[in-house]
Write a new protein. Structure first.
Length: 273
């Protein structure tokens, strides 16, 4: 190449893609009660952001804002770089944000495939002959679960006969199938034993590997550290920590979750004279 000419093969710098969801200094008040104040987090595609906190820390309020149930009072909420205010859960879902609550909102006596398509049932036929396409729903449910590595005995069995971990996995697979970009999980391992918790975390990681941005709400730092890329710690509605995985160890995360200096004071008070 001669002087003054540009090498067309030279790569140009590219800007990083905006976060799928970004909260910046958001706050939420209910009358005189401060539920959240100054909380920030980012959710990126192919990453898991863990939100940790004890009871009353503000985790539920945070979920409701991301899910479109409640609007924030202060700060900003952006989706893929666009500042917005979600007016309803339907709008959040339309924007690609799926929330799986701890109670799962399933119909226990209905088969797995009916719960998988609940509210989004495909139909076939026309006019008075229009009916549910049960064959398609059964086949699609089985294929979607297998894609996530979930091999159920029978998709015709009532979903209430599944274990808690299996029901969580079906809910995760459903969100992936219906095109969610962001998956918010409310304490998915709270009521599960060690083995079932491990199964659920495996499928949380599978959703991440599918390219979703995952928000994992939990009070268990060990579960969070197994899969998390980012960690946001809440206490009494305020953010007391915001770390990437390479900035914090499990012991440090556990200490911050347990209260840090507050725990040292309690240990001193409980010592024998």
């Amino acid at each position: 190449m001669t002087d003054g000419m540009t090498d067309e093969t030279t790569p140009t710098a590219t800007t990083a893609a905006p976060a799928l969801v970004e909260l910046s200094c958001v706050g939420k008040h209910y009358g005189n009660v401060r539920a959240l104040d100054g909380v920030s987090l980012q959710v990126h595609a192919g990453e898991i952001t863990c939100v940790l906190g004890d009871n009353g820390a503000g985790k539920s309020t945070l979920i409701k804002m991301i899910a479109g149930l409640h609007q924030h009072d202060g700060g900003t909420l952006s989706i893929e770089g666009e500042e917005t205010r979600l007016a309803s859960p339907r709008e959040a879902l339309d924007r690609g944000i799926a929330t799986v609550y701890q109670d799962l909102a399933v119909v226990p006596l209905m088969p797995v495939w009916r719960n998988f398509f609940l509210g989004s049932e495909p139909r076939k036929g026309t006019g008075p002959f229009k009916r549910l396409d049960t064959a398609l729903m059964r086949r699609t449910t089985r294929e979607a679960l297998l894609r996530m590595g979930i091999d159920l005995r029978d998709v015709d069995q009532p979903i209430g006969t599944l274990s808690g971990g299996e029901r969580q996995c079906v809910a995760i697979a459903r969100a992936v199938h219906f095109g969610a970009k962001v998956l918010v999980l409310d304490e998915p391992t709270a009521a599960l034993g060690v083995k079932q918790s491990g199964v659920v975390l495996k499928y949380v990681a599978a959703a991440r590997d599918e390219g979703l941005g995952v928000v994992l709400i939990t009070h268990n730092p060990h579960h969070a550290y197994l899969v998390g890329d980012r960690f946001v710690l809440l206490r009494r509605g305020t953010m007391v920590g915001n770390h990437t995985r390479d900035e914090i160890t499990l012991d440090e995360l556990t200490a911050q979750m347990a209260g840090g200096s507050d725990l040292d004071v309690l240990r001193h008070e409980l010592q024998r004279d």
